[in-house]
Design a protein. Sequence first.
Lengths: 189, 173
Amino acid sequence: MTMDDKLSDEQAIELVLEGDSNLYAQIVERYEPKLMRYAQFILKDYDTASDAVQESFIKAFINLRNFDTKRKFSSWVYRILHNESMNIIKRNKKTISLDDEGSGGGIPFEDFWHDVKIDQQLLNSKVRHCLDKLDIKYREVLILNYFENLKYEDISDILHIPTSTVGVRIKRGKEALKKICLSEEVKYD
Amino acid sequence: MTKKQKAKNNQITSAVMDKINSGKVKMRPHWYFGLLGFFSILITALLGLIAVYAGSIITLWLRVVSADGPALGIKNKIGELLLSFPWWSILLIILSVIILISIISRFGHLYKIRFIYLAPIALVLAIAFGYIASYTHLPNILNINNRTYNQCRVSDEDCSMGNRIYRKMRLMK
C-alpha cells in the first residue's frame, strides 16, 4: 500500500486541487469499477457505460473546484455519472436491450457479485433480467441500494430526491420487480 | 474481474489522465463558480420578486373589488369578477415558483424536501409576501419614473405596469 492509498477521497482531492494532478489517477482507479458497474446497469451496454464513466471523470475534474471537500466525493461523482447516463438515455431515447446477449461485449454477470452481500434472490441472473425490465427510476434506487450498498442518505444525494422518496421507490421497485418476475415465471419469494 | 475488463478499466484511467496531462482538460477557475453562484442568486432574487409581484397583483385586485362600501353588487357581478381576475398572475407565480425551486434544488439541498410540500409552501409565501407588498405599494416602487397612481391616473404614459393594471381595475369597477 502506497502513501497515497491511505488518503481519503477528500484528502486526495485537496491535494489534486493544490496541483498534484497525477493523484487524480488514483481517484479514477478507486471509483472506476463501482461506476462501471452502476453505468452498465443503467445503460445496459458496456461500451456506452465505459464512455459515460470516462466522460464523468473528465467532468468531475473540470468542476473539481466546485466540489466541497467537507462532503462525500462518492456521492458527487455518482451524481455526475447519473446526469451523464440520463443525458445519454434521453439522447438515444432507447437503451440497448439486454435480450441481446452479446450487447457491447458485456461483462459476465457473476463478476458483479463476489464482493457484495445482497439479497439471495437478486443473485439469480434471471432476476437481473427482470430488473432490466424495471422502470429506470426504480431500477436505479435498487441498484444503488442493493448492488452498491449505499445508504438512503447517499442515494438521496446522488439522485437529488428526498430520503423518504428513496424508501418509497425501493419499496415500489421491489413490488414491481416481483410482478415482472412472476410474469416471467421467475421464482421470487 | 476479467482480463478484458481490467484492460478496459486501465484504458479509461489512461485516457482520462492523458487528457489531463496534455492540457486538453483543465479545471475551471474559482471565479467561474463564483460568477455562476452570483447569477444563480440574481435569478433566484428576480424570480422571487416576480412571484411576490404577481402575488401583490392578486391582493391588489381583491382590495379593489372589495373597496368602497359593503361590496354591494359583488354577488351580481361574480361572472364579471371572474373574468377580470388576473389569472395570468397565478400562472406567473406558479411558473416562477417552479423555476425557483428547480434552481435552488440544483445548487442547494432543497431536494431533500418533497416537491409536494415545497410547492404549496412557496406559493403561500409568494402570495403572503405579495399581500404585504400590495400594502407597501410594490407596483409603485417598480415605477421607474417614480410616479404614483394618482399622478398617472389620467394617462397610461410613464406609468408603471403595476399602476396601469391598478388603474384598469379601478376603471372596470
